[in-house]
Structures are given as structure tokens and as C-alpha cells.
Write a protein that binds this ligand. Structure first.
Ligand SMILES: [Zn+2]
Length: 325
């Protein structure tokens, strides 16, 4: 596909963090000062996850009041609309926005207000995924998920588990997700990004409908078969995964292996600004690097529609969009 066609292609994005995807323009406006690109995005030779995580400092400061959250929701959908994203699931951690005067509920409400405005302005369907964090207590995470549950079907579409995967085994979160299931909250889990294949297996056993990254599944044919059979969506983020060294080098990236293993692979940006990427850039990159065909690009968009946390009416709309109707 040529650049022009790639930009025009209707896209579905399922794994995009709000704080890592805010435009430079938005951040400068909120902070009231000029920021250098290096303060927000990693260089091409990003050395480590630590270097990657540093870039979340400034955007985080913009998400601690209602106006910032509302404008942020609008800002990300605006960036996405420029490359024809027609459906987006955006994720954020409400507990990070909490202050004395801001509850999880207020933070979610403010962000949804901005996203709803973005939907009206740019015609993008959206869902909000609220992230529990591994370093937060079970009590705090459950409180957040219960608050988010009140908005399920009214902007919020699912929960997630994010944060330092290598430091906290998945088994510590079984109880949290049992409770999430009990209250009817669907969820995806970051697993196998820098952790083990075992984490992926445990996340699926905990009830995750999708897996964020799942890279550690490479070489585990049995697990690939199991997740393919269970129709678990795999949210891959190629450029981010290479920057954070989730694999030793580009040749070890398991995209081709996962597609051939019939997994429901989707391609996403993870962090548009921090990773200096877009959906268009990701798709061009995988075509060039991994000989992904145009048909496979379309298949991955259809996979994304299949596993999106949305209702059948929106899903049908997405299938029609992808078919160019
Ligand atoms: Zn992520």
C-alpha cells in the first residue's frame, strides 16, 4: 500500500495510552511553556524501558485537573482523526489523576466529556479503558474498577492491568480480576511485554479477553494454539516493543509467527507521542520489516473489530467501514 492509501485506510486502534499520546501542542498549552521534542519522545536508539518511562513525566502533569483531562480526550481523538482512525479504545489510569479535589469518578467523567466532544467533531467511535496499576494496592485498584464500572456502556468499555510486569507476578492479581468479573467488567491485561509466557497464561486464566503485547508467547506453540482457540485478542505495538527492548532485536519480533499461528493479532501504537508513531507508521513499518501483505493488514483491522470492547451495532458499523461501505 502506498502512503496515501495507508493514510486513507479506515483504522481501528485498541491499545493507546492517553498520557503517552498527547500532542506537543496540547502539552505546551497546558504547561504554558515550550517543550523540546526530546522531553516527550524517545530517540530512535532508545536504550531501555527506564528511558522510555521518563517521557511520561510532563504529560502526567497535564492530567490532574478536569480541564486538562477533558482537553486531553479531545486532543488524542483529533490526532487519530488525521489518519482515519474510525474506532479507538484509549486507556488511562484514573488513580494517577486523583488529588484532594479529584476522585476517580470525576477524572473519568472529565475525560469522557472530552472524548464525546471528539466523537461529535471527528466522527470517531471510542471506548475508554481504565487501567489498574500493578504497584497500587488491590483495595485501590478495586475501588477504581468499581468507579469505572458505573460508566460501562456509557463511555467506559473495559479495565486493564498495566505497570511493572517483571516486578509483580500475575498471580497477585487473581482476586482483583475475580472481583472485576463478578461485577461484569470486561478486561484486557498487559502480559508478556517484559514478563514471562506464564504471565500470559495466568492472565487468560484470570479471564482476560485480550492480552496487551503478548510478546513472551513467541516460541510457545501450545500457548499460541490455546489463545487462538479461545479467540483472545492480541494487542501488538511493534515500534514501542522494539524501543523498550521487549525482544532483543527486530528480527526476533514474533508478528509473523503470531499471524501464522492464527492468533487474533491487532496492531496499535501504544504511545503515539512517546514512541513518535502513528497507526500509519506502524503499518508501513510492518509491511517493510515483516513482509506483511495488504490482505494481512485488512485482516488485522477485522481482528480488531472482532475483539473490540463494543456492542454489536458499533461492530457492524466497523465491518462496513472496513469493507469501504
Ligand atoms: Zn501499553
Amino acid at each position: 500500500m502506498m502512503r496515501e492509501e495507508m493514510i486513507k485506510l479506515p483504522k481501528i486502534e485498541l491499545h493507546c495510552h492517553l498520557d503517552g499520546s498527547l500532542s506537543q501542542e496540547f502539552i505546551e498549552r497546558r504547561l504554558g511553556r515550550h517543550v523540546r521534542k526530546e522531553e516527550l519522545s524517545v530517540s530512535d536508539d532508545c536504550r531501555s524501558l527506564a528511558e522510555y518511562l521518563e517521557k511520561f513525566d510532563l504529560p502526567g502533569q497535564c492530567l490532574r485537573d478536569e480541564r486538562g483531562l477533558e482537553e486531553a480526550g479531545f486532543d488524542v481523538l483529533k490526532s487519530m482523526s488525521r489518519e482515519n482512525v474510525c474506532y479507538a479504545e484509549i486507556r488511562f489510569a484514573p488513580l494517577f489523576s486523583e488529588t484532594a479535589s479529584m476522585s476517580c469518578t470525576k477524572a473519568i467523567e472529565a475525560l469522557l466529556k472530552g472524548m464525546e466532544k471528539g466523537k461529535q467533531t471527528f466522527g470517531i467511535e471510542y471506548g475508554l479503558i481504565t487501567c489498574a496499576m500493578r504497584h497500587h494496592s488491590e483495595e485501590e485498584n478495586l475501588r477504581m474498577i468499581k468507579a469505572a464500572r458505573e460508566f460501562l456502556g456509557a463511555g467506559v468499555c473495559a479495565a486493564d492491568l498495566a505497570g511493572a510486569e517483571a516486578s509483580y507476578p500475575m498471580t497477585e492479581f487473581m482476586n482483583l480480576f475475580q472481583n472485576a468479573r463478578r461485577i461484569g467488567m470486561p478486561f484486557t491485561i498487559h502480559a508478556g511485554e517484559c514478563g514471562s509466557a506464564e504471565n500470559i497464561k495466568t492472565a487468560v486464566d484470570a479471564g482476560a479477553a485480550r492480552i496487551g503485547h503478548g510478546i513472551a508467547m513467541r516460541g510457545h506453540a501450545d500457548l499460541i494454539r490455546e489463545l487462538a482457540q479461545k479467540k483472545i485478542g492480541i494487542e501488538m505495538c511493534p515500534i514501542s516493543n522494539l524501543q523498550t527492548k521487549a525482544v532483543p532485536g527486530p528480527e526476533a519480533y514474533p508478528l509473523r509467527e503470531f499471524i501464522d499461528g492464527k492468533l487474533l493479532v491487532t496492531v496499535n501504537t501504544d504511545n503515539r507521542t512517546v514512541s513518535n508513531t502513528t497507526m500509519t507508521k506502524e503499518l508501513e513499518f510492518i509491511q517493510k520489516m515483516y513482509n506483511i501483505t495488504d490482505e494481512e493488514i485488512l485482516l488485522m483491522m477485522k481482528n480488531a473489530a472482532d475483539v473490540a470492547f463494543t456492542d454489536d451495532a458499533v461492530r457492524e458499523k466497523l465491518y462496513r467501514k472496513l469493507e469501504g461501505k
